[in-house]
Design a binder for this molecule. Sequence first.
Ligand SMILES: NC(=O)C1=CN([C@@H]2O[C@H](COP(=O)(O)OP(=O)(O)OC[C@H]3O[C@@H](n4cnc5c(N)ncnc54)[C@H](OP(=O)(O)O)[C@@H]3O)[C@@H](O)[C@H]2O)[C@@H](O)CC1
Ligand SMILES: [K+]
Length: 554
Amino acid sequence: MVERILPARHDAPLHGVAATRRLEARALAAAPSPPLMQAAGAAVERLALALAPHARHIVVLAGPGNNGGDGLEAAARLRRAGRPAVVRLCGDPARLPADAAASLQRAREAGVPFIEPSALPALGAQDLLVDALLGLGGAARPAQGALAEALTLLAAQRAPVLAVDLPSGLDGDTGQAALGALTVRADHTLALLTLKPGLFTGAGRDHAGTVWLDRLGVDGLGLVVAATGPEGPAEAPTAWLRGAAARRSPPTLPALDPRPGDEAPRVPARGAAATIRRHALHKGSFGDVAVVGGARGMLGAAVLAARAAHAAGAGRVWLSPLDPSGARLDPARPELMLRRTTAWTADTLRQATVVAGCGGGGAIAAVLAGLLTHAPRLVLDADALNAVAADAALRDALRARRSRGQASVVTPHPLEAARLLGCDTGTVQADRLAAAARLADALGCSVVLKGSGSIVATPGETPWVNGSGTAALATGGSGDVLAGWIGGRWSAGLALPVPPDLHELTAEAVWTHADAAERAGRPLLRAADLVEVLAGVGAGAHGAANGPDGPDGA
Ligand SMILES: NC(=O)C1=CN([C@@H]2O[C@H](COP(=O)(O)OP(=O)(O)OC[C@H]3O[C@@H](n4cnc5c(N)ncnc54)[C@H](OP(=O)(O)O)[C@@H]3O)[C@@H](O)[C@H]2O)[C@@H](O)CC1
Ligand SMILES: [K+]
């Protein structure tokens, strides 16, 4: 069955290349009927017909391995169905793997024309190019000869592109465009057997287009099950796609407003549930958030974080600017309380969730040691991360927190992550999942590695790849909002009968923060406006994260 994947709306297991190969081997050993490659060809055929029902030309570019075999199988089926499929084969027919060779034979028997590039028909918007050049076996070495020619030709066409399994050249583990400019930019990608993490992080989202999945029947063999929970799949996922805020958590509060026709009472969205206020609660129940940042000229960053923490449902939010001449009041949010860092005592810090570093400049380093020692819950962003990267003693202090039962979240962008890891940004981006996991283990923290397909990694947990968000978030201040939002959710979560664990809570906060960009529906979302959109979620209005325009209503 071919299903469409909505990255912001589906939780799904992601399997990297090695895990997919293991699954494939187990599936092949079970001798499924139809055989995997025939099932793959059928899935490609079905989606091709759905995407281009009026195609005058369907051109299948088939590579030298089994990805090419999938394309050949699809071409054979399309031709048998009377569709105008032709194949450009970029590989030596005599050296195809066995399954692909059998598919080549079927394509020949079906009368599929094999064309030279010079015979490529002029393609229009109703036609279709099928990229079956490289899949899991694509290697990061320069493409040459017929393969390079086909990739160049594909890049120059106007017709929509359907990539089989992976856009050729895209690394399924990391989302790196391994063939540089020749890496295929598809309009649609039909993932086979498994969803690969690389489709959803790094350059993946831009290269994959709309993602579809066909498990080729292996779910029927019990090898992959639906995304019911980390204990589900027989082959443990490499990561999880975080695509919904409301699905997995058990109801923590009774349903409030069943709709007519609802079979079961509707459960408050997980995001909203964190801040729904029962009668017997008071502002102290939701904890204090202290935002420490805003050095001279950078107060705005700390204000944004504080406003976001407030919008997230924290009981009280203290803003401690590092600029001694800084404002005494946020006129737009008079609810925020300003308090100098010198006014904090170890005792008051011990009650608070602290968000440190937003616009902190060099001044944050001086207060960081105290925060690392006393704050039970600490979110570090921006200049706090740079300070930690520059000072081994602060790094040791951050690492030591875990053994004292103090929890920490760090929210680096790739450059900050690189500084913390002592490498360059390219190394971080080359394998974002690995970089986030390394950082989580090194610092004993939950890590949010920001960027397209943000990664949430926590020691001992399967990482999340966030599926929500748009480039509207790529604007100054949205990171400050995220840090404050995480702190606020963390603080508000303390009021729940069972507070969510940190990995879960962080992933939820990252999802709701990025989902706000989609919710706002604007190409660019200024950070202060983002806070206002988030306030609609944090206010705890029933269904705010799961309402008519949310997952249930979509
Ligand atoms: N077996 C089955 O039944 C099923 C298989 N399935 C399908 O198989 C796919 C995996 O197939 P695969 O392992 O054959 O790898 P694939 O991506 O076709 O490429 C390997 C070939 O490309 C070549 N090559 C690589 N990089 C290159 C470069 N830069 N420049 C030039 N050449 C390069 C490489 O050459 P080599 O490195 O060996 O010299 C080799 O010849 C998977 O993604 C899915 O679509 C599923 O449908 C399930 C059922
Ligand atoms: K491909």
